[in-house]
Ligand binder design. Structure first.
Ligand SMILES: [Zn+2]
Length: 299
């Protein structure tokens, strides 16, 4: 399976920072070791053009990010130290989602080993998210003339406030977010469908809520393209998650979303989003299982 990654483009982080920067290289190694992708099928995109980002994000936010001129409040909200490398990495991660989405239009399904930066809204970024990769990818596909209607299924444990900010006003896009009710972000922007999950919820409750949410969303979306944010952070061992899904439950989640979306005939683009296990290898296990589930749907 062809996949996209930006793992070699790192940025300075203080020791012990909770952003899991090592996850991306470990995941690339894992998908190759497991035979999910051949080494030649792992692609490193160039940074997405600024003009593509400008079609989605407000110019002031872009200017402050490019110039390293974020306010104290913006720096705190972003949660990552600014550097030119951080900005370049964000553009490369976004490009991976653009290319995976284009690939999905030709092959039915595709995956970026990154992206899912759903806390970036039109005029701001926060929660480790600079640019909204799904918003930029959708804009690119529309500019190509290939799609109109979109569905975003956000299964990261945190609510997709940035995506809701960008696509909420868009009548051709439907956004659904399943997330911990008492988790970040505490000030929300409503998705088209928000599903608040109680702290400690396990596999069965989660899968039932997801199935009902998909029933609601799929009929309304009538999507040409669907984006699936396969966050690893609903896992029971996640430091930031507060839910209690098992790895088996997360795989059942992936298979349910993939099969329901594929059955609509929409192209399906899968992105990583969050994952904050104490041992990064647990997050990589979950992400690799997602990648394997995507690959099985190509053959
Ligand atoms: Zn998250």
């Amino acid at each position: 399976m062809h996949v996209w990654t930006h793992d070699r483009f790192r940025f300075p982080l203080p020791p012990g920072h909770r952003f899991p920067i090592d996850k991306y290289a470990l995941l690339r190694e894992r998908v190759v070791a497991d035979g999910i992708a051949a080494p030649g099928e792992v692609h490193e995109p160039e940074p997405v053009a600024w003009s593509r980002i400008e079609a989605v994000h407000e110019r002031g936010w872009i200017r402050r990010l490019r110039g390293g001129e974020l306010s104290v409040r913006e720096r705190r909200g972003l949660g990552l130290p600014w550097s030119p490398e951080l900005v370049e990495r964000g553009r490369r991660a976004t490009a991976g989602t653009v290319l995976a989405a284009r690939h999905a239009l030709r092959h039915g399904v595709a995956m970026n080993l990154g992206g899912g930066t759903h806390h970036a809204g039109r005029a701001w970024g926060r929660g480790f998210c600079l640019f909204n990769d799904v918003g930029v990818a959708l804009e690119c596909l529309r500019a190509d003339g290939q799609v109109e209607r979109a569905l975003v299924v956000d299964c990261d444990v945190h609510q997709g406030d940035g995506t809701a900010d960008l696509l909420g006003p868009d009548p051709e896009a439907f956004t659904v977010s399943l997330h911990g009710a008492r988790n970040y972000p505490f000030q929300r922007i409503p998705s088209d469908l928000d599903v608040d999950l109680e702290t400690g919820m396990g596999d069965d409750g989660y899968l039932a809520a997801l199935d009902a949410a998909l029933d609601h969303a799929i009929g309304r979306a009538e999507a040409d393209v669907a984006f699936y944010l396969a966050g690893a952070d609903p896992w029971e061992g996640d430091r930031l998650g507060r839910l209690a899904l098992t790895k088996r439950g997360l795989l059942a989640r992936d298979e349910l979303v993939l099969d329901r979306l594929r059955a609509t005939g929409a192209a399906v683009c899968v992105v990583l989003a969050g994952g904050y296990a104490d041992d990064v290898r647990d997050t990589v296990d979950i992400n690799a299982a997602t990648a394997a589930a995507v690959a099985r749907r190509l053959s």
